[in-house]
Design a protein around this ligand. Structure first.
Ligand code: NAD
Length: 320
């Protein structure tokens, strides 16, 4: 056995069908929460209100938007201060929990997260916010949700396209962890890849969503241990500079960046992307051909590899 160092992160997970309806009250009580601020997007508001109606909620903030715009984070913080909240409860995808994190950075109260996508942000201590078009990120253990309630029933309404892209985003977390993790992390990453690979084809045709959400949870948990690697940095640059959509950019690039990852079958990832209808070319998600040269110079790769990666991924070329 080789020597290794392993970080473990604290946090509690409740996983199960119907858990959002049965477990939240008890979890809030255990935290001593009496003045809860709920954070959701406008689209997620009805679900958030329904789930939290029996809880000690003082406000529902529904201004959540993608990439946590600074003005949204500041508005949510202002509500949290004004209402003197003692707990933040996010209901939604990575954007909802991201907004809760941006608030907790300045008002360090516990976050309880109820995810409705496979983004995995609920497992990490990483926060982000976007000011003047520039996304800043950082790490603070205080922003990692204290409790995460995973309820596969809440993901049933997730459209197939978002399910596929968000699922590939989760796979990217697992692949990064498989590549760079300690032995225990690699073990969990492998199980995450298995669960997502088996669960996503069922999830996109509206069958059982449990396996996919289980895989996304595991993927988020191991990504939280290893942090961003080259794949995430590439996606971050392309998303930030050219406004490409977060999860769909991961979906396109993952098979290419995984090609040299030991123990990971990049061809199987590409086949999975095709099978579940995830995007497979940068062109189809809005990248412009005239930006490719500029983009190659920005990627954390040597110039030749960057140009080859972008040229292949732009057209979705994959060796037969
Ligand atoms: P999101 O929360 O914006 O959700 C994506 C889309 O899905 C939205 O249009 C939303 O309205 C819709 N949606 C969500 N749940 C739904 C449901 N149950 N039914 C129907 N529609 C639903 O985005 P995301 O992909 O979940 O997360 C991406 C964001 O999270 C990015 O900003 C990314 O940077 C961040 N992120 C952060 C970390 C971290 O560790 N900090 C990790 C992963 C992602």
């Amino acid at each position: 056995m080789r020597s290794f160092t392993r970080n473990s992160l604290p946090g509690r997970v409740v996983f199960g069908s119907g858990a959002a309806r049965t477990a939240l009250a008890g979890e809030l009580e255990s935290l001593g929460a009496r003045r809860v601020l709920v954070l959701a997007s406008e689209r997620g508001e009805p679900l958030a209100r329904e789930l939290t109606a029996p809880l000690p909620v003082v406000e529902v903030f529904t201004g959540v938007r993608e990439h946590v715009p600074g003005e949204v984070a500041d508005a949510a913080l202002a509500v949290a201060e004004r209402s003197d909240v003692d707990c933040l409860l996010s209901v939604g995808g990575g954007s909802a929990v991201g907004t809760a994190k941006a608030v907790a950075l300045h008002r360090p109260v516990p976050i309880v997260a109820v995810p409705t996508t496979y983004a995995g942000s609920e497992m990490t201590p990483v926060w982000g916010r976007t000011d003047g078009g520039e996304k800043r990120t950082g790490t603070a253990i205080a922003v990692r949700p204290r409790v995460v309630v995973y309820d596969p029933e809440l993901t049933v309404g997730l459209p197939a396209g978002i399910t596929a892209a968000s699922g590939m985003n989760a796979l990217a977390h697992a692949v990064e962890a498989h590549r760079r993790g300690d032995p225990v992390t690699v073990l969990v990453a492998r199980e995450a890849i298995r669960a997502l690979t088996e669960g996503l084809p069922q999830a996109v045709v509206e069958q059982d969503r449990t396996e996919a959400l289980y895989g996304a949870y595991l993927a988020g948990s191991v990504f939280a241990v290893v942090g961003s690697g080259t794949h995430h940095k590439i996606c971050h640059v392309l998303g930030g500079t050219y406004g490409l959509p977060h999860a769909r950019t991961h979906a396109v690039l993952l098979p290419y960046t995984a090609a040299d990852a030991e123990g990971v079958d990049a061809g199987a990832l590409r086949e999975l992307a095709e099978r579940i209808g995830a995007p497979t070319s940068l062109r189809e998600i809005g990248m412009r051909a005239e930006d490719l040269d500029d983009a190659a110079g920005r990627l954390p790769l040597d110039p030749g590899s960057a140009r080859t990666l972008l040229a292949d991924a732009y057209d979705g070329r994959w060796p037969a």
